[in-house]
Design a protein around this ligand. Sequence first.
Ligand code: GLA
Length: 386
Amino acid sequence: MYPENIKQKFSEIFNQNPDIIVRAPGRINLIGEHTDYNDGFVLPAAIDKAIYFAVSKRNDKAIKLFAFDLDDSYEFSLDNLTRSDKGWANFLIGMVAEMTRNSDKLTNGFNAVFGGDVPLGAGLSSSAAVESGIGFTLNQLYGFELSGINLALTAQQAEHNFAGVKCGIMDMFASIHGKTKSVIKLDCRDLSYEYFPFNTTEYTIVLCNSGVKHNLGDSEYNKRRAECEEGISILQEAFPQVNSLRDATIPMLRAQSDKLPQVVFNRCRYVVEEINRVELACKDLLDDDFIAFGQKMYETHEGLSDLYEVSCPELDFLVEQTINNEAVAGARMMGGGFGGCTINLVKKESVHDFLAEIGKAYETKFNQKLESYKVAITNGVEEITE
Ligand code: GLA
């Protein structure tokens, strides 16, 4: 069981006890998809699936990593922080490189063993958990004194420069700032945030994993970003005050519709509508109105599928299956898209039946077992002391 197995492996490999044990969670996002890189709002939370780190300082410049779940190791030097052919190592090398870019705090290297139960390629941001975990660990061990926000920005840079995905800030922000029983309403324009209670005893958050790995996702993701930027520059011809899609409205889009290619119009329309939807959904939470909240999740899915075109047949099927199920308040695909999980708000007492039914339907349709997870909302990255 994590993190004991990580600690034990660490002692086995390095013949010493770790200086620190850290837990860095994956994330869900209730609503607000593809809005973070458009200066909009998101509503994520950290979850009880996490990556654990056991780390100790070294006396030389070497950095020795062991990925527990992959049973794989990698070694590099503080003096040579370049991309590796080993995909998983890049998240850690990237974080070290970005943290040392403007700081000389990291005088020596470290030994690290890490691993956890955030499923890979399921859209739960295992990579952000790895980045926030190692970032938090080095921050503690080497006294960088980076704030949570700066840690998240550093992780975003690592992802851009070392993993090649021009991601927004949501995933790492949530992994770092998560708070138990709360969702984070993050304004991605100025990174101000507030917690909203998400402490329902009526509903359980259930994730259904399509099993489709979002390989296509990285290139399509960067393409969506470019399409949004194209939309902004066309809007600016008539509305110079529009710096991002956060500043745009549907009437503005209509006014420029003869100049906007249809695909770009659709992308922008989805984003503008989704940014508004998050604000309305937060009101639903304050009213404890999960039916209205869930309805908005369905609207988000429709937009992601038809206008933003980041869904896939498996995700659409999983959402469709829930529409006439009265035990489900809302469902939608979650994260970047092209695979990964759907997020479902399911009445507590009906979770068992829900999973049996949807599992059977999925297997019949796609000849594949449906993996699912019930998740609870937890604190963000933290040191484990017991
Ligand atoms: C991925 C990215 C996030 C965000 C989502 C879509 O998870 O890493 O920054 O853009 O997709 O909402």
